[in-house]
Each structure stands twice: as structure tokens, then as C-alpha cells.
Write a protein that binds this ligand. Sequence first.
Ligand code: SAM
Ligand code: SF4
Length: 365
Amino acid sequence: MHSKEEIIKRLQSDSNKEDIIKLLNTDGEQQNVLLKTANEIKSKYVGNVVYLRGLIEYSNFCEKNCKYCGIRKDNKKISRYTMTEQEVIDAALYAYQENYASIALQAGELSSEKYIRKITSLLEKINAETNNELGITLSLGEQSEETLKIWKEKLGIRRYLLRIETSNKELYEKIHPNNETHSFQKRLETLKLLQKLNYQVGTGVMIGLPFQTIENLAEDILFFKDLDVDMIGMGPYIEHSDTPLYEYKNRLLPIDQRYNLTLKMIAICRIMFKDINIVASTAMQAIDYRGREAAIMAGANIVMPNLTPQKYRENYLLYQNKPCLDEDARRCKQCLEVRIQLTGNKTGYGEWGDSRHFFRRTALN
Ligand code: SAM
Ligand code: SF4
């Protein structure tokens, strides 16, 4: 049985993989000690505050075919949509007026010049309508240096979220088609590029993928450490029946184990990295009604209330059982506020809630 002090010591001494594996394998009371320790570290280093990122799922068009994702290009069963410019601006204005302070713009991956011009113009308009006061996080997949440079330097975009999905190259290649569009190397290089361009960089993995081992997850944490990430957004893998990986559904860990593993991954990352931002993912809530609260209690400090117009939500199903499909933004806000309060945190209204780690990392360099 590890005490709180022992957990901290293990994770802070040049953390080795075996210690992380042991902690990922804990359960019952021992798991509770781990999560509680992470919650205390969160309080100490980033405070009892949860920051908001109003999530705008801009478009489900995607030129990629990731084998796990419900909006992959070859899934012909969904209707494709792109929000109108006015719809995006309205959602951003809602976030601004409600004092969320930040939004996250997410979509499938497209890279045509026309699309990039459209996004650039959209970002300019959001900035103009909100007095440049909204913190914007982008999650638009792998983009060129030129594009990322314009968004950062000309438009002042602060943050970019690009999950590595798994840091294990062989596993990456099993869950993606084997071609240049889905290159592990390119994903890695894009993460490095984002750092070079001075973005606050977030990455993350899916937890409980077919073929994934506990050792892989421990290596993912060491990958985050090596990369010196500013933000982490990770969540359980949830199977989708219209995707190729569904054929392995009988080989997956039971859903409650994927859920618990995610909590332990969050807790270990909080204890090891202390002042980064960690997202309580919506996928946690897909498994348990109080999943996001549990993630906050395990060390997460960011939630992403959904601002996508209701009519589009059923076509942005990355996985099945996605929650809040029928909740409008206003109800979603009230519901979240209560949920955050129940975790003993306050909501960081009006605060950007930038990654403290980013400022420490860039000051040191
Ligand atoms: N297209 C961009 C990209 O892939 O980086 C951003 C949007 S993508 C839908 C956002 C994330 O959804 C992915 O990074 C992936 O981790 C997650 N995701 C996709 N399918 C999932 C599934 N079946 N279960 C859990 N998460 C999933
Ligand atoms: Fe497209 Fe992202 Fe889904 Fe991959 S994970 S298919 S890039 S939306």
C-alpha cells in the first residue's frame, strides 16, 4: 500500500516506467489515495478553479480515415455539415457574453487553401466581434507551418490541441490507415512545430484502445514529459459501430476499467506535471453521468461546454453515447456550474486560464 508521500516521491524522482505501471494498476482504496493526492496537488499548483473552453464543433468534414472515429471520411452514414459563419460568431459571442473567456474551435481535418482562408477569416471576425478578448484554442488537426504561423502571429491564437492518440508508433499504425496522410512522424513533427511557433501546446491519448497495454500508457505519460506539454486532453476510447476498429470490440477492456484508467492517467499527470492544464473530457461523461466531475476530482482543471448548435450535434458523434445531444448552451451552462461547484471548485469566469506551465517553460528557455 502506497501512502500519499510515497506516491509523490515515486512520481517525482526521475519517474520510471515501473512506478507508473504500478500506479496504473492500483484499484480500490489505493486508487482513491492516488486520486486524492492529485486533487491536493491541483489545489496547490493551479488552484480550486475550473476554466471553461466553449466548444464549437465547426465541421464534420474530414479528409482522414482514422479507424476509431465516427466522423472519418469513409463513414457514409452521417450527414456532413459545416456551421455558417454567423453560427460560429453567434456561438463565440455567447461564450464572450457569458464570460467563458475562451472557446475551442474543433473540426475534422481539411487543408485546402480555400478552407484555410475560410478559417482565417472566421478567426479574424471572432477577434473583431469580441474585442480580441476571447482566448482561442484550435483543434483542427495537422496544418502547415505557414498556416500555423499566420494563425499564431497575425491572429494571436494562443493554444493548439493535437492529440498524439498513442505515443507508440506500432499501435498508431494499427489504429490508422497505413499511408502518408496518417503518418505518425508528421503528427510528432506538427507537435514540435507548434512548440517552435510558441503556441501553448496540448496533446493526449485515447485510453483503452484495442491492442493497447498498460505499458503503452505509462510510455504515453513519459512522452508527455519529454515533450514538456502545456496541456493534456485525454479520454477513454469508446467504440463506434461504423468504424473499422469496432471489429475488436470484444477484445477491449470493460468500459468501467477504461474509465478508471483515465482517472488514474489524469491523476498521475497532475502529480508529475503539476501546473499544466488538464481537460475533463466529455467522453468521461459518456460513460458515467458524473464522469467530468470525477476527472476534476482527479486533477483536471478545464471543461469544454458544448456550444455547437443542437441540430448539428448528432452528426458530430466521434463515439457512441455522446452526452448532452439535446441540451442547448444555456442549459449546459447551468448544469456545468452546479457540477463544478459540487467538486469544491469555482468556475473561472472571465479568466483565460492559460497554462501556467507554458509561461514557466518559455521563461526558462
Ligand atoms: N480532427 C482533429 C484531430 O483529429 O486532431 C480534431 C478533431 S478529432 C474529432 C478530436 C479527437 O477525438 C481525436 O484527437 C480523438 O482522440 C478523439 N476521438 C475520435 N474518435 C474517438 C473515439 N472513438 N473514442 C474516443 N475519442 C475519440
Ligand atoms: Fe478526422 Fe480527427 Fe476523426 Fe481522424 S480523429 S477521422 S482526423 S476528425
